[in-house]
Design a protein around this ligand. Structure first.
Ligand code: PMP
Length: 397
């Protein structure tokens, strides 16, 4: 009899053959600047732990204390019996940090996009999305019954064209939702959210920003892209984010009007039907928000190191693409060379992963580096010298 699961091994083999399978490296110990990856001590240069909070003593202490007072599990989904005071307090503090009327915490950023987008728009509606938006937005979009269309990456004139064309349709869409990443995770460029909001506003569309890579990074005190552009909640209606990056923990969230949050938690299936965060997670997220409110130095240090690294890498002759943020891709072009650069850097003690097709276009392979505020000046000197050495050997500079 034919094995009904035969396709599993066949498809995996074809990923291996085309070198597009994931080879997982193992981190032993914390995600700290110097860490142990596959048994080798290396400088971490590709985590999303922008502010170095994932191993911060205040967050760890908060998590331990929450285990003592609340245990390790919440016991349920939030609408039934898993809504703890820690969750409620986290949302109150996050809303204050975001200067929003209210916030709602989900289990992850992915669960936020997958749970909320399909509730905001449905049959007869239209989603208008930047062509390089994150996969969780794409999946959230697929779960909706709305029509969907993309505009060219960060191209507001193209967005205008799409919105005007939508108005010509008969019947015209009932609701339109414009969605963009705040900071694009593969290129490190920033969405022109002020102009996107203007265009959407002229066409009566809602605006949804996924600020996973902007919060803790952009805006005063790391408040994110909405604060960076000084926009109001009438211009950007849904501000989504994650606790898994600059906040150093895990969990997704959304901020906006009270009406948005009341709607979101009553409707999002990922929120209603999945267990809530364990107490140590909620408490560590709370400590991270508190730290950002009280210690501006982490965000300042992140930018100081980012500017220095970009300046020295450009002086060496590296192409850093369109990056404007701590996500700095080192453009290589060919996938094999990007992998060779990553391997050579790893030998030299620097850990940065290659990003190759299908994550980016075939001829746009790169090494994606991400700055971390916990690095010392010497660490950055070390990283730049490793790039100089490997780059010369591979004739990239
Ligand atoms: N949106 C963007 C832009 C992201 O980069 C990510 C994480 N890769 C997510 C959403 C998902 O966030 P989380 O890790 O919290 O599920």
């Amino acid at each position: 009899m034919r094995d009904p699961t035969g396709f599993l091994a066949t498809e995996y083999r074809s990923l291996v053959d085309s070198a597009t399978d994931w080879k997982l490296r193992v981190l032993s110990g914390p995600s700290a600047p110097w860490c142990t990856v596959d048994g080798k001590k290396v400088l971490m240069f590709c985590s999303n732990n922008y502010l170095g909070l994932s191993n911060h003593p205040r967050l760890k202490e908060a998590a331990l204390e929450a285990i003592r007072t609340h245990g390790v599990g919440s016991g349920s989904v939030r609408p039934i019996a898993g809504n703890m005071d820690l969750h409620v307090e986290l949302e109150r503090r996050l809303a204050a940090f975001k200067r929003a009327e209210a916030s709602l915490v989900y289990q992850s950023g992915f669960a936020t996009n997958a749970g909320l987008i399909p509730q905001l728009v449905g049959e007869g509606d239209l989603i208008v999305s930047d062509e390089l938006n994150h996969g969780s937005i794409i999946d959230g979009t697929r779960l909706s019954r709305a029509d969907r269309t993309v505009y060219r990456h960060t191209d507001v004139a193209d967005l205008e064209r799409v919105l005007s064309a939508a108005e010509e349709r008969t019947p015209a869409p009932r609701r339109i939702l414009v969605i963009t990443d705040g900071v694009f995770s593969m290129d490190g460029d920033i969405a022109p959210l002020d102009r996107i909001a203007d265009a959407a506003g002229r066409h009566g569309a809602m605006v949804y920003v996924d600020d996973a890579h902007g919060e803790g990074v952009l805006g005063p005190g790391g408040r994110g892209i909405v604060a960076h552009f000084g926009l109001s909640r009438d211009q950007v209606h849904v501000e989504m984010g994650t606790f898994s990056k600059a906040f150093g923990v895990v969990g997704g969230h959304v901020s906006g009007s009270r009406a948005l949050i009341d709607f979101a938690y009553n409707k999002s299936r990922t929120w209603l039907l999945s267990g809530s965060h364990p107490p140590p997670v909620a408490a560590a997220c709370l400590a991270a928000v508190d730290l950002l409110e009280t210690e501006g130095k982490h965000v300042e240090r992140l930018w100081e190191l980012t500017h220095r690294f970009k300046k020295e890498m450009r002086a060496l002759g590296f192409d850093l693409g369109a990056s404007e943020t701590p996500i700095t891709p080192v453009m290589v072009g060919d996938s094999h060379r990007a992998k060779a650069l990553s391997d050579r850097l790893f030998d030299l003690g620097l850990f940065a992963l290659p990003i190759v097709y299908p994550m980016v276009a075939k001829e746009k392979a790169r090494l994606r580096t991400i700055m971390n505020a916990a690095l010392t000046d010497d660490d950055v000197t070390f990283a730049v010298s490793a790039f100089a050495k490997a780059g010369r050997e591979l004739r990239l500079i």
